[in-house]
Write a protein that binds this ligand. Structure first.
Ligand code: ADP
Ligand code: MG
Length: 693
């Protein structure tokens, strides 16, 4: 008992009475290592077992709970091997019932005649007598109340061999031991303002609800707490960019920028692009480093914005770095940026993993001495031994591919450069606020003029010939086709068509057209040759896997066929669709092949119903959950126990408001030591928070 008295939230569950190393290991599989984890081990659902019936009023066919005394017990072996049957006769004075368990050796010694037993199970009639088979049971000591019937009981998620009623017992005992000793991390005035119950009260209510209203208040309070903590972390991180970090004021009226806009840019910026660029300009004329997320659907013209931003740095005597997620993309961006900036005399360089060593050295030297103004590259840009002379602007494209935290590595190569993070996967606002809550957000919500909505259709495999006829017509009109398959090669799962198989079919079918195959296993030279030929319009149909997913820009491509589309993620499908309709011609997207899979059908329906990336993103969040959508799963920032970013929008907004205003008043939470401790313990590493009191 001594060790239990000193129970602390950080103690390992192993030291709880009745747990020990074996069960502690099972708990660990459930994500429960400490007493605090146990408190936050939230039931998946609840069963209302509050009604206890007399034996005489039990209704056959229904799952019910009752309390009765054991009259007699017998255990026997069935004729069938390995089957032990334990039968107990029970009464409560109103009637009799027979309780039967199979293969529960040892029950006989627990169910002593005269003892009280609570049972929960399905009531049946066998040979004229009431019977319950394999009911959940509990021996109830004299004078005590049952723990698993007579109330609403929690049902815990996937228990890895731990028994529900045992988990209930452990949690109940732990709650008893902790009563009165758990401090509430949330400031009292906030609780009061929202009418939330105290922390311990809320936790108790989650495990053993007393009423629907109390449970709901508790649930909302805990959701608030999770969101509040994350928002606090983000607020502090945002504050730390600003505090003591002097950035560089950039010139936003420089000559390079102006001649680029006047002489080189072949089109007028859209209103959305203009708005976003002025948001950026407002930031970078200050000496506080910018940290801005630029969201915009595929083809909305983010790259141009990035170029304008980088030119401001170069105009001011600084260097700029542009990081793309893949080599193909880096190269494409490089070509475009170089083509546009070379006439202005701006030196642009490409740096990827496949650049030969000697050349790499030369680039490293150019960057550290400042000969190179703009560098475009991949992860190669965040190598340890690479340094810049004066890095003033960082652009990170397709942020979600890099993970939330990697952006800092590149930013740290300069002295507080301004950072622009771009993503073509629009993220629902709730998620933006949670994952990128420390960044300012700009949105391009308008496509360049003349873009038509892409016509999207779901087409069954029985329509293959019609589809082919349509493709032939499009090609004859001068259009080009992408045909995407989920896999390169054939495998055992013959229901999925591989890119190789489709490629040979199409070659066969379109004898006088040029059909090519592109996939990740081809070497770089081959890939580049094929892409070049496709860009020049020399290839009619390009069969591929998702290597062409992001960024590829061929305005003449009008048709995107995605075969077995349910195999892809929803945002991936949307990205792929964005490859067509980039020019003036009508674009088409065919989702070829149907499925019975529920999520698969939801994806296809979402694609057919909208072209709006933000709507797609909402649907994606609903199907996959936040961790997957942002690629933050490994960081766990959005792995909440209670909060739900789809449902708890309002709670999120209030949590954010309160957190940011608290950090405004008390930046390092000096007045809230418990809150600071919880924050650092839970999110310190994940958010890379450094708080020095
Ligand atoms: P994103 O990176 O957002 O997918 P891009 O910057 O690659 O989009 O732009 C897509 C295409 O639209 C490019 O060919 C680009 O040159 C063109 N574009 C961008 N902005 C405009 C504009 N305001 N008017 C016309 N075309 C534009
Ligand atoms: Mg792009």
């Amino acid at each position: 008992m001594e060790r239990l008295k000193k129970l602390e939230l950080g103690s390992s569950v192993q030291y709880l009475k009745g747990v020990g190393p074996v069960r502690a290991r099972k708990f660990k599989k459930l994500g429960v290592e400490t007493v605090e984890d146990l408190l936050w081990f939230i039931p998946r659902r609840y069963e209302d077992r509050s009604k206890l019936s007399d034996l005489s009023s039990l209704e056959p066919g229904k799952i019910q709970a009752f309390l009765a005394r054991v009259v007699s017990v017998e255990q026997r072996k069935a004729r069938r091997k390995n089957l032990t049957i334990c039968t107990a006769l029970l009464t409560d004075g109103t009637s009799l019932i027979q309780a039967v368990w199979f293969n529960r050796v040892g029950l006989k010694s627990i169910l002593k005649p005269g003892s009280r037993v609570a049972i929960y199970g399905k009531i049946e009639i066998r040979g004229g007598i009431k019977q319950v088979n394999n009911g959940e049971f509990e021996v109830v000591e004299e004078g005590e109340a049952p723990e698993n019937v007579g109330l609403v009981v929690p049902i815990y998620p996937g228990t890895h061999g731990l028994v529900q009623k045992w988990i209930r017992r452990i949690i109940k005992e732990t709650l008893c031991l902790l009563e009165g000793s758990v401090e509430d991390p949330i400031p009292g005035d906030i609780l009061k303002k929202y009418g939330y119950p105290g922390f311990f009260q809320a936790i108790k209510e989650m495990h053993f609800p007393s009423s629907r209203e109390n449970w709901l208040a508790a649930r909302n309070r805990l959701a608030f707490q999770e969101l509040f903590l994350l928002q606090l972390g983000l607020a502090i991180r945002k504050k730390s960019y600003v505090k003591g970090n002097r950035g560089h004021k950039l010139n936003t009226e420089g000559s390079l920028l102006n001649s680029f806009i006047d002489r080189i840019l072949p089109f007028e910026l859209t209103d959305a692009q203009k708005r976003v660029f002025s948001e950026i300009k407002e930031d970078i004329v200050k000496d506080i480093p910018m940290n801005r997320l630029l969201q915009g659907d595929v083809g909305s013209g983010k790259t141009v914005i990035a170029i304008l931003f980088m030119l401001c740095a170069v105009d001011s005597g600084y260097q700029a770095a542009f990081m793309a997620p893949t080599e193909v993309l880096a190269r494409q961006h490089f070509k475009k940026i170089d083509r546009w900036l070379a006439p202005l005399g701006v030196k642009v360089t490409l740096l990827t993993g496949s650049v030969p060593l000697a050349q790499k050295r030369e680039i490293y030297d150019g960057l550290s001495k400042g000969r190179i103004s703009v560098v475009v590259g991949t992860h190669a840009l965040i190598q340890d031994n690479l340094s810049f002379k004066k890095l003033g602007a960082v652009v990170i494209d397709e942020q979600h591919r890099f993970g939330v935290l990697q952006r800092n590595i590149l930013a740290n190569k300069g002295e507080q450069p301004h950072v622009l993070v771009m993503t073509a996967t629009p993220i629902p606002r709730t998620l933006t606020l949670s994952v990128y809550g420390d960044l300012s957000v700009s949105i391009i919500d308008e496509l360049p003029p003349g873009r038509k909505n892409i016509i999207t259709k779901s087409v069954g495999k029985d329509m293959e010939l019609e589809l082919m006829a349509f493709l032939r017509e499009e090609i004859e009109k001068g259009g080009q086709v992408y045909w995407i398959c989920p896999m390169i090669e054939e495998n055992e799962d013959s229901s999925i068509t591989s890119a190789e198989k489709r490629f040979s079919h199409l070659r066969e079918f379109f004898k006088n057209k040029r059909v090519e195959l592109l996939h990740g296993k081809k070497n770089y030279k081959e890939k580049e040759q094929i892409m070049k030929d496709f860009e020049r319009g020399q290839i009619d149909i390009l069969v591929s896997t998702t290597v062409i997913e992001v960024g590829i820009d061929v305005p003449n491509a009008t048709v995107m066929v995605i075969e077995d589309p349910w195999m892809f993620g929803l945002s991936q499908l949307h990205q792929l669709r964005g490859r067509v309709g980039r020019g003036q011609k009508q674009g088409y997207c065919f989702l070829f092949g149907k499925t019975d899979d529920y999520d698969g059908r939801r994806k296809i329906a979402a694609m057919c119903s909208t072209n709006d990336g933000f709507k797609i993103a909402e649907a994606d969040l609903a199907i996959r959950g936040p961790g997957e959508v942002c690629g933050t799963r490994q960081h766990g920032v959005t792995d909440f126990s209670v909060a739900d970013l789809l449902r708890d929008r309002k709670i999120l907004y209030s949590a954010r408001k309160e957190a940011f205003s608290l950090v405004e008043r008390d930046p390092w939470l000096d007045g809230f030591p418990k809150l600071r401790e919880d924050l650092l313990r839970k999110l310190g590493d994940k958010l890379e928070l450094v708080i020095t009191a």
